[in-house]
Design a protein around this ligand. Structure first.
Ligand code: ATP
Ligand code: MG
Length: 573
């Protein structure tokens, strides 16, 4: 890891270690709800949660916050595990909030018995109306003072499935006038009978709400630092209140004083990640997927981890991006240009260069009379240690149509008849002699002669030319499907615009073209290799075109490449 100053949460952790809080133990958790795929916003949380544990010899567990069976699925559980693993993080244990349903239910009963919770029979609308405003107190529910016995009986009936969904909830009896709205008798449990839970099936008919599940799960597991995003700041007093009650019950049972218990989890919050030209909400992403506006969760335009991976982002680049943006206590928006810059910086160092011609025109070298010849080119110029590849050279090549002009002005340095010399990348120097056109006047063939003494890597190869152009050899090159991806949205902050975010999609976010690539890429038309369960993908720089990665749609007869990023970097430091 690069040396950098401590972020504010690391500073808190160091202070807690000095103060011997929680006996010097550091335990964090990453708590995704399995209701969608992970996006790069989650990666920011993952880097924090796992990063703290790694740095301070603690443990970070993965906890699925699966308290809403309506939206959750094992498909999501599996993808989340896979993505975290791919990012290079290793959890201690895997837990599920549903592991604690029994304990949470018993705790709810305990709340009822202590007169701290009641069953409300009002509708969600009525409850909302009675909440009041931050400056006006709320109105107590008519069911607020139900006898304890009745609350117990009704809550048990709720769990037995005897009460219809939406007809009753269990509420904490706290303070309807509290300036923090979350204290105005928050809902602890609701009834869900219509959907089986992906792990507990039909065992439960009541499910705990986030506020009643999260802090408790942290407490049961022994979490010391419960790190989340800023929107939970207002929930923190309630988090502490519920934890206080557990400790109080425990003290009561064990006949000790509240103060005798030093362990407690504490919540800390940092700013969410938002990135320009995209949306960072699972709900909106699910909509894009369901309505077929993208090809799936792993569409290379999606800000999901699997989308970024398919786009050609490496785990290293994503983590380095998170490191660059850092953690603060104010919300903001990050320029997607920084993310793109980070992957370019990463691939610039590692991606082998290859030629691919996107708008081909044939080039015939009229004085080349031999058979095909092999040219050895460095994967990255000037870095022999990064290996070489073989290119086939022969009499007939493809070059980019734009690299030849029949009549060029003095600012055009590429191919044109009239004596100017141009180097074919990694090969010979040539001079154009003329061209042939079809009936419409479109050039079909360019003719040139080459200098056999000018081969790159030989003595004559040092001769300088004003331009170098790309080429592939006609009979050995392969047709490649190139998917040219761009930003998913046409406007900078789709979430801040009026109207439907789906109307703001960039209509040019995907262009599919066929190009002719050098034969070295043929090796990609095989099954990828797996290491530690992770498919090894190869990244390339198609010279003058951009960074590309092999797409899993590739078969033995067709290579598909996704453009990760163009070469032009407009990120301003
Ligand atoms: P979404 O709003 O996209 O549905 P969420 O917050 O509901 O996201 P969870 O699965 O509950 O998704 O999130 C798991 C963890 O990831 C939480 O601790 C949450 O704070 C964090 N997280 C989610 N989105 C972001 C983000 N954009 N930036 C940083 N952390 C995030
Ligand atoms: Mg959430």
């Amino acid at each position: 890891m690069e040396e950098r100053s401590l972020n504010f949460i690391e500073q808190i952790v160091e202070k807690d270690l000095q103060d011997k809080k929680n006996d010097g133990r550091i335990q964090t958790r990453f708590p995704p709800e399995p209701n969608g795929y992970l996006h790069i916003g989650h990666v920011k949380a993952i880097c924090m949660d796992f990063g703290i544990a790694e740095r301070y010899n603690g443990v970070c567990n993965l906890r699925f916050d699966d308290t809403n069976p309506v939206k959750e699925d094992v498909e999501y559980v599996d993808s989340i595990r896979n993505d975290i693993h791919w990012l290079g993080f290793r959890w201690g244990e895997i837990y599920y909030a549903s592991d604690y349903f029994e304990q949470l239910y018993d705790l709810a009963i305990r709340f009822i018995k202590a007169g701290l919770a009641y069953v409300d029979e009002q509708t969600a609308e009525q409850i909302a109306e009675q909440k009041g405003t931050p400056t006006e107190p709320g109105t107590p529910s008519p069911y607020r003072d139900r006898p304890i016995e009745e609350n117990l009986r009704l809550f048990e009936a709720m769990q037995r499935g005897e009460i219809e969904e939406g007809k009753m909830v269990l509420r904490a009896k706290i303070d309807m006038a509290n300036p923090n709205m979350h204290f105005r008798d928050p809902i602890m449990y609701r009834i869900i009978t219509s959907h089986p839970h992906h792990r507990t099936g039909h065992r439960w008919n009541v499910y705990p709400m986030y506020d009643f599940a999260h802090g408790q799960s942290d407490y049961f597991e022994g979490v010391t630092h419960s790190i989340c995003t800023l929107e939970f700041v207002v929930h923190r007093p309630l988090y502490d209140y519920f934890v206080d009650q557990i400790i109080r019950f425990k003290a009561e049972d064990e006949q000790k004083a509240f103060e005798d218990y030093n362990y407690r989890p504490r919540q800390y919050e940092f700013n969410r990640l938002n990135i320009t030209y995209t949306v960072m909400s699972k709900r909106k992403m699910l909509q894009l997927v369901k309505e077929g506006l993208v090809a799936g969760w792993d569409d290379p335009r999606m800000p999901t981890v699997c989308g970024l991976r398919r786009r050609g982002y490496t785990a290293q680049a994503i983590r380095s991006f998170i490191d660059k943006i850092g953690y603060t206590k104010v919300e903001g928006m990050i320029d997607v240009g920084l993310l793109e810059h980070t992957i370019r910086e990463n691939l610039k160092e590692t991606a082998p260069r290859v030629c691919a011609i996107f708008d081909p025109v044939k080039l015939v070298i009229t004085n080349y009379n031999g058979g095909p010849e092999t040219i050895v080119a460095e994967n990255i110029d000037g870095h022999p240690e990064l290996g070489t590849r073989e290119m086939t050279f022969a009499r007939e090549l493809y070059i980019e149509r734009g690299d030849f002009l029949e009549e060029a002005d003095k600012n055009f340095f590429r191919l044109s008849p009239g004596g100017r010399e141009v180097r074919l990348k990694s090969a010979y120097i040539i001079q154009a002699t003329g061209c042939e056109k079809d009936a419409d006047g479109r050039i079909t063939t360019v003719y040139a002669t080459y200098d056999p003494e000018s081969k790159s890597g030989t003595e004559g190869g040092n001769r300088k030319t004003k331009a170098t152009i790309n080429w592939v050899e006609c009979s050995s090159c392969i047709d490649v499907e190139a998917r040219l991806y761009d930003r998913l949205f046409a406007c900078e902050n789709p979430s801040a615009e009026e109207g439907d975010f789906r109307d703001l999609l960039n209509p040019d976010s995907l262009r599919v073209v066929t190009c002719k690539a050098e034969s070295a890429l043929r090796c990609e038309m095989h099954e990828p290799e797996y290491i530690d369960g992770i498919a090894q993908v190869h990244h390339y720089q198609l010279l003058k075109q951009g960074y590309f990665v092999v797409d899993p749609d590739t078969t033995a007869s067709k290579l598909v490449l996704n453009r990760t990023a163009s070469l032009k970097d407009n990120w301003q430091k």
